[in-house]
Design a protein around this ligand. Structure first.
Ligand code: FAD
Length: 531
C-alpha cells in the first residue's frame, strides 16, 4: 500500500549502511529521529467535510488525509507531524470524461474549489488545499487510466490522463513502443500531471521533454470542453496546447492525452566516466552537447555528490576498491562522476558511446564501463525511498533546480550552493549540499541541487530552516536570471518568483486566459499565480 506520510510503497525500503549514518553525523551532526504522528491520531481529529452529497464524492477522513499533501518538504513536515491545517472536504474518483464534467458543474453549483490530483507527487505545493471559506473538492484522476486508442502508423497513443508511469509503459511496451518519459517519480506520477507541470524525464535528451511528446487531447474546463487535435505541426496561429502545458490545474482538467511514442530501442546502455574535477567535466559535457551526439542521458555530478552517492550506495567494500583504483589513475577527491546513456539501434549506440568516450578522454575523463551506469539504472526509481530512511535518521532532504545558458552556469551553481551551505550558519546548523547537471541542451543546462539538514524537535523549527534555505537559494536563482523551475513547476512554493520571470504583461496574459476558461476561479486557486 502507498505510504500516507512518505514516499512510495510501504513494502519497499532503502536501508543505508552504518557508515552512511556515521558520514551524515560527521557532516551535519547527529540526527534525532522525530516523533511522527500516527494516521489514527490524525483521522480522529478530522472535522466533517463541508461538501454537500454527491454520488462520486467520498467525504471520509482517510481519503481526505491521503490526498491532503504532496511531496514537498513542507508537505512532509505537515504529514509527519500531523499538523495539517487544511484538508480537502471530499475526494472524487471519476472514471469517465462525463463524470469529470459533472464534478466541475457540481463544484460551480455549490461554490466549491476543485483541485485536480494526478499522482500527488508534486514537490512545490500544487495539490494542497489553501485556507478559505469555500469547500474544497479534490478530483483524483487515477481511474482515467485506459489506453483508449493506438494509431500504430502515426505512432500516437491516446491515454486517460490519470495513467501512472508503469501502467502507461506496460501498455505501450506490449505494442513494441515507448513514451520514453522517465521522471524519478515515474512509479507514482501520471501522464496528466507530467503535462500540466511541464515535466522532464531522465532520458529527455533522446525522447524529448513532455512538451515534445504531448500531441493533443481533451480538456474539461469550467467554461466548457476543449479538444486539442494532434497536428504534427501547424502554422495556424499560437498553439493552444501550450496553454495547458504548465497550467497546473488552473485552466481545467485534462481528461485524455494523445502522446507521440517511439519504437522500443534495439539497444540501451548506461556508462560511467570519471572526470578529474567539476570544471573539466562541465566543459566536456558542453562539448558533447554542442557536438550533437545522440546520447539519451548526460548527467554530471559534482565532487560532493560523487562522494555522497558512493557512500550512500551501501556497497562499502566495492566502493573502497573503486576509490583505490581511481586513486591509482590519478583521480582524487575532486573527481566527478559522469553518467551517460546511449539508446537506439545497435549501430547508433556503438557510435554514440565511442564519440562520448572520445570527447571525454580529451578532457581527462576515464571511462569505467557499464557497471555503475547499470546500477544507477536499476535503482533510479528506488532512490526517492532514501528520503524515508534519512527522515527516520533525523535528516531532511530537499532539492531545487533551475536552467541557465552555459555562460551563467559556473558562477550561479556556486552561488546557490554557497547560499545553501551557509544558510543555517547563524543558528549553528550545517547543511550538506551537492549538485548535478541534469538535463543538457546545446545552449545551456539545468542543474539539480540536493541539500540535507537536520530535522528539529519541533516541526515549525524544521520549516523555518527549510524556508531560510529555500528563500536564499531562490533569490540567487532569480537574481542570476535562471528560471525558478526547469521541471518541478510553480505551485505555491515558487509562485512569488513567477512574475519576475514572466513580466507584468506576461502575467496579465495568463490571467486573461484564466478568466476565459475559469471565470469564477474555482480551479486550483492560489497555485501558479495569485487568484
Ligand atoms: C521523488 C520525486 C522525484 C521527482 N522527479 C521528477 C523528475 O525527474 N522530473 C520531473 O519533471 N518532476 C519530478 N518530480 C516532480 C513531480 O513528480 C512532477 O511534477 C509530476 O509531473 C507530477 O505529476 P503527478 O501526476 O504526481 O501530479 P500531481 O502532483 O498530482 O499534480 C501536479 C499538478 O498537476 C495538476 N494536475 C494533475 N493531473 C491533472 C490533470 N489531468 N488535469 C489538470 N491538472 C492536473 C494538479 O492540480 C497539480 O497542480 C519528482 C517528484 C518526486 C516526489
Amino acid at each position: 500500500m502507498r505510504r500516507w506520510n512518505g514516499w512510495g510503497d510501504d513494502t519497499i525500503t532503502y536501508p543505508v549502511p552504518s557508515s552512511a549514518a556515521e558520514f551524515l553525523a560527521s557532516v551535519l551532526g547527529p540526527g534525532t529521529p522525530p516523533a511522527d504522528a500516527s494516521l489514527e491520531e490524525i483521522l480522529n481529529r478530522v472535522a466533517p467535510g463541508r461538501l454537500p452529497d454527491h454520488p462520486l464524492i467520498d467525504r471520509n477522513p482517510e481519503p481526505r488525509v491521503r490526498h491532503a499533501r504532496g511531496q514537498s518538504l513542507p508537505d512532509w513536515v505537515a504529514m509527519r507531524s500531523g499538523r495539517i491545517p487544511t484538508l480537502p472536504d471530499g475526494v472524487a474518483f471519476p472514471s469517465t470524461q462525463a463524470e469529470v464534467r459533472d464534478l466541475i458543474r457540481y463544484a460551480q453549483g455549490v461554490g466549491a474549489q476543485l483541485i485536480p490530483y494526478g499522482g500527488g507527487t508534486s514537490v512545490v505545493g500544487h495539490i494542497n488545499p489553501l485556507p478559505g471559506d469555500s469547500p474544497v473538492l479534490t478530483v483524483d484522476l487515477s481511474r482515467l487510466n485506459q489506453l483508449f486508442s493506438f494509431d500504430e502508423k502515426s505512432q500516437l497513443a491516446t491515454f486517460g490522463a490519470g495513467v501512472r508511469g508503469p501502467d502507461l509503459e506496460a501498455q505501450l511496451r506490449a505494442r513494441d513502443v515507448t513514451l520514453g518519459h522517465f521522471p524519478q517519480s515515474f512509479e507514482l506520477s501520471t501522464l496528466g500531471g507530467w503535462i500540466v507541470t511541464r515535466s522532464s524525464g531522465q532520458q529527455s535528451y533522446y525522447y524529448g521533454r513532455i512538451e515534445d511528446l504531448f500531441a493533443g487531447g481533451h480538456v474539461e474546463t469550467p467554461a466548457g470542453p476543449l479538444d486539442l487535435p494532434p497536428h504534427p505541426a501547424s502554422a495556424a496561429g499560437p498553439d493552444i496546447r501550450q496553454l495547458f502545458l504548465g497550467s497546473e490545474g488552473r485552466f481545467g482538467i485534462l481528461t485524455n492525452a494523445i502522446v507521440r511514442v517511439s519504437p522500443l530501442p534495439e539497444q540501451e546502455a548506461f556508462h560511467a566516466i570519471f572526470f578529474p574535477d567539476w570544471e573539466t567535466g562541465m566543459t566536456a559535457v558542453r562539448t558533447i552537447a554542442q557536438t550533437r551526439i545522440t546520447a539519451s542521458m548526460l548527467r554530471l555530478s559534482d565532487a560532493v555528490e560523487t562522494e555522497t552517492t558512493l557512500i550512500l550506495s551501501g556497497h562499502e567494500r566495492l566502493v573502497g576498491l573503486a576509490e583505490r583504483a581511481l586513486g591509482a589513475l590519478g583521480l582524487g577527491d575532486d573527481k566527478c562522476l559522469f553518467l551517460f546513456g546511449v539508446t537506439g539501434s545497435k549501430r547508433s549506440v556503438k557510435r554514440s558511446r565511442k564519440d562520448v568516450v572520445a570527447i571525454a578522454k580529451e578532457f581527462g575523463g576515464r571511462h569505467v564501463g557499464q557497471y555503475m551506469g547499470g546500477k544507477w539504472r536499476e535503482s533510479r526509481f528506488l532512490t526517492p525511498y532514501l528520503r524515508n530512511t534519512l527522515w527516520r535518521l533525523g535528516y531532511a532532504v530537499d532539492t531545487l533546480e533551475t536552467a541557465l545558458p552555459w555562460s551563467a552556469i559556473p558562477t550561479t551553481i556556486e552561488a546557490i550552493k554557497d547560499s545553501l551551505r551557509t544558510g543555517l550558519q547563524d543558528i549553528g546548523e550545517r547543511t550538506h549540499v551537492f549538485a548535478h547537471l541534469s538535463h543538457i541542451y546545446s545552449h545551456g543546462a539545468s542543474f539539480y541541487v540536493t541539500y540535507l539538514f537536520r530535522v528539529a524537535d519541533d516541526p515549525e523549527t524544521t520549516l523555518q530552516r527549510w524556508r531560510a534555505l529555500k528563500d536564499g537559494a531562490s533569490q540567487v536563482i532569480v537574481a542570476a536570471g535562471g528560471t525558478i523551475s526547469h521541471q518541478h513547476g510553480v505551485g505555491t512554493d515558487h509562485l512569488a518568483y513567477l512574475p519576475m520571470e514572466k513580466g507584468s504583461l506576461g502575467m496579465q496574459s495568463l490571467g486573461a486566459v484564466h478568466h476565459v476558461l475559469d471565470p469564477h476561479s474555482i480551479m486550483n486557486p492560489g497555485k501558479l499565480f495569485v487568484g
